[in-house]
Design a protein. Structure first.
Length: 133
């Protein structure tokens, strides 16, 4: 499939695909006219990259781990890196859950309507005090 088709199917930009190639993460064959052609499996591979980037892994880390992912047999060093990344992601999840729980507590304990400081409050014409809506 051509680069535009892969970009559409994987939900990324053509520029992102070119970047993946520059980083050695993605490979394409070239036609006689120089157009890139990717195998069907490239769609899932690019989606994997997106998941790993979203989880906070760098291009360098992804490139280091790809041979193990492809072979489904990580060596000792790669296993240690995978465990480290998984533990980091677990900590992020714990932090996000704590943040969500805190927001839920604030929402649950709030008896009054929250007002943003930049939103003007209505005032009573007669008293000049905030109006109760």
């Amino acid at each position: 499939m051509r680069i535009g088709d892969l970009a559409t199917r994987a939900g990324v930009s053509v520029r992102a695909l070119r970047y993946y190639e520059e980083q050695g993460l993605l490979y394409a064959t070239r036609s006689a006219s120089g157009q890139r052609h990717y195998p069907e499996a490239a769609v899932d591979r690019v989606r994997l990259f997106q998941q790993l980037y979203a989880a906070g892994l760098s291009s360098r880390t992804i490139a280091t781990l790809l041979p193990c992912v492809d072979a489904n047999e990580p060596d000792e060093e790669s296993t240690a890196l995978l465990v480290s990344e998984r533990d980091r992601i677990d900590r992020q999840i714990e932090d996000l859950i704590a943040t969500r729980d805190r927001l839920t507590a604030v929402i649950g304990s709030s008896k009054q309507e929250c007002r943003h400081p930049s939103v003007p409050q209505k005032t009573s014409r007669t008293t000049g005090q905030p109006a109760h809506v």
